[in-house]
Design a protein around this ligand. Structure first.
Ligand code: NOJ
Length: 591
């Protein structure tokens, strides 16, 4: 068991975000201050102690800009203001200041692959073919030989992410516009330099206001193959897969380098994260190589696709070996150049404890195991609101319980296509994005302390047991465990900067890996089983005299050094591997 010694950032001081932990706030569902049932900025301001207490470094705020809310704010109608439902620009300024006072940073969501159809740029663009903003969006005539507005007349066969074709016919001007998401989210044309300049100006405006960076929504979709070719047909239906022509398209690196030069060059202390569905490891290295000046890190999707079949609605049981192979490959691929982000959850993913853990009898144990495994990888961890409480998927009973545009469109399309409504609902219960969006469970009171009104999406009824107030002073809670994990990353350089070596890739139950920096080595073990499992490590003897740095068993205590894991147990062992250092004398276990 010998891990290589080198660490990245070998000759330069590692950037601050390599030791940081980011917390994502989905404002609609975080905390409501005014009783309208929708979370808002003042609600967030009221809850900053929770974030401070957790110890996170950065808050990523999902969109709060003016929006018709067709996609809960990912359809922006004005980039430089705040939607009244969330508050005012003055509230946002107060948030920036309050976070900075507490030593935290604020990252805004940047949604510039598309705008809302209510943005005045699009209003101008659709007003006439001659309007100066016409070519700010992607307009095309019907397919030759067809009549616009009839089935099959779309300029190409691309399907949208939210069901149906990626084109909508505009009767008034006799052309189609492109929308990779819903018809309320027209795609901007990034080949147009005026579009790029307007986006850059808006980004500088936010940085000048004090924000500390951006999480960039589907940013690897902004450059499309200008020929817009048909894609391969999906499942024998009429729609094709356009992704080869818009994921990491021909000018993507050029656009991001230009953005870096126009917006970020000469500023410091910032963080940029590119959300990139379908990105490969090789592309991610290019995007995050500091020498290329594009982005600091990307969100990749491979590991959250391991339980998908042909589509996300076709849910398969987790094969732990596939999860390890995927995450391990990303660790290795970004070992020398670039940087990983680490996440299980966000506003688009079902709750991880329900997905990869056991949200029943072993909810606390499996939530803390999953957290431990993730946070001990090399990269910047992202915690999604409620994940630190072990919040679970929701028990949606009927279609009336869902709000998400992706889920509702999928339901209509699947049922219209002959799907059994019960089967369609069963899949939605498991993977709908609404699982992530039920309000944060603050206490055991009415509506879990989220609102005094009627929540826009019902609370999970388990809020009486699972809530922040119940966990705050409980050292065995999920919340306390996240606190310890975040502190560990801040305190132990090996957690942030050590090398990573995957162990036992073929073990179906145990996630095991090593971290190593100089003369400190960690062994991280996580059980994905509800039974006791033995860890069959050939080098087990080397760990006999190690320190337990972290455990998720009650009291954080492990009686025996035996490498047998209790159901869903996580254990982090530490040992000195260099001459002359005995960790048992020098390091304080943080359990
Ligand atoms: C990715 C966002 O995370 C998701 O919530 C949104 O629906 C799409 N991009 C479109 O903006």
């Amino acid at each position: 068991m010998s891990a290589p010694h080198s660490a990245s950032w070998p000759s330069v001081t590692p950037p601050w975000w390599t030791t940081a932990v980011v917390y994502q706030v989905y404002p609609r569902s975080f905390a409501d201050s005014d009783g309208d049932g929708i979370g808002d900025l003042r609600g967030l301001l009221d809850r900053l102690d929770h974030l401070d207490d957790l110890g996170v470094d950065v808050v990523w705020l999902s969109p709060v800009y003016p929006s018709p809310q067709a996609d809960n704010g990912y359809d922006i109608s004005d980039y430089t203001d705040v939607d009244p439902v969330f508050g005012t620009l003055a509230d946002l300024d107060e948030l920036i200041e309050a976070l900075h006072t507490r030593g935290m940073k604020l990252v805004m969501d940047l949604v510039v692959n598309h705008t809302s159809d209510q943005h005045n740029w699009f209003a101008a663009s659709r007003s006439s073919r001659e309007d100066p903003k016409r070519d700010w969006y992607v307009w095309r005539p019907p397919r030759p030989g067809t009549v616009g507005g009839t089935a099959g007349a779309e300029p190409n066969n691309w399907g949208s992410f939210f069901s149906g074709p990626a084109w909508t016919w505009d009767e008034a001007t006799g052309e189609y516009y492109l929308h990779l998401f819903s018809d309320r989210q027209p795609d901007l044309d990034w080949d147009n330099p005026d579009v790029r300049a307007a986006v850059h100006e808006m980004m500088r405006w936010w940085l000048d206001r004090g924000v500390d960076g951006f999480r960039m929504d589907v940013i690897n979709m902004i450059s499309k193959d200008p020929a817009l070719p048909d894609g391969e047909l999906r499942d024998g239906g009429p729609l094709g897969d356009g992704s080869p022509y818009y994921l990491c398209g021909p000018r993507i690196h050029e656009h991001l380098q230009e953005m870096h030069h126009e917006v970020f060059a000469g500023r410091s202390g910032l963080i940029t994260v590119g959300e990139m569905p379908g990105v490969s490891v090789d592309e991610a290295v290019l995007f995050t190589d500091p020498a290329r000046a594009e982005l600091d890190m990307v969100f990749q999707f491979e590991h959250v696709g391991v339980d998908h079949g042909a589509t996300k609605w076709d849910v398969r049981p987790l094969d732990l070996r596939e999860l390890k192979a995927s995450l391990g490959r990303w660790q290795e691929g970004l070992e020398k150049t670039g940087w990983n982000s680490l996440y299980w959850n966000n506003h688009d993913q079902p709750r991880v404890v329900s997905r990869f853990g056991d949200d029943g009898a072993f909810r606390v144990r499996s939530a803390t195991m999953l957290a431990t495994v993730l946070h001990l990888h090399r990269g910047t961890p992202f915690v999604y609101q409620g994940e630190e409480l072990g919040m679970t998927n929701a028990p949606f009973s009927s279609i009336a319980d869902f709000r998400d545009i992706e889920s509702l469109n999928h339901h209509d399309e699947a049922v219209a296509g002959g799907g059994d409504p019960e089967d369609v609902l069963a899949a939605m219960r498991q993977v709908s994005r609404d699982n992530a969006r039920t309000p944060v469970q603050w206490d055991a009171g009415p509506h879990a302390g989220f609102t005094s009104g009627t929540p826009w999406l019902p609370l999970n009824p388990n809020s009486r047991e699972i809530n922040a107030a119940a966990q705050r002073d409980d050292p065995d809670s999920v919340l306390a465990h996240y606190r310890r994990l975040i502190a560990l990353r801040h305190e132990q350089p090996v957690v942030a900067h050590g090398d990573f070596t995957m162990l036992l890739p073929e073990d179906p139950d145990v996630y095991a890996f090593l971290r190593r920096l100089d003369d400190v080595e960690l062994l991280v073990l996580g059980s994905f089983s509800g039974e006791r499992v033995a860890v069959v490590l050939p080098e087990a003897a080397e760990w006999a005299a190690s320190v337990v740095l972290l455990s998720n068993l009650p009291g954080g205590v492990r009686e025996s050094a035996e490498l047998v894991l209790e159901p869903w147990e996580a254990r982090v062992l530490s040992r000195a591997v260099g001459p002359g250092q005995d960790l048992r004398g020098s390091s304080q276990p943080v359990i």
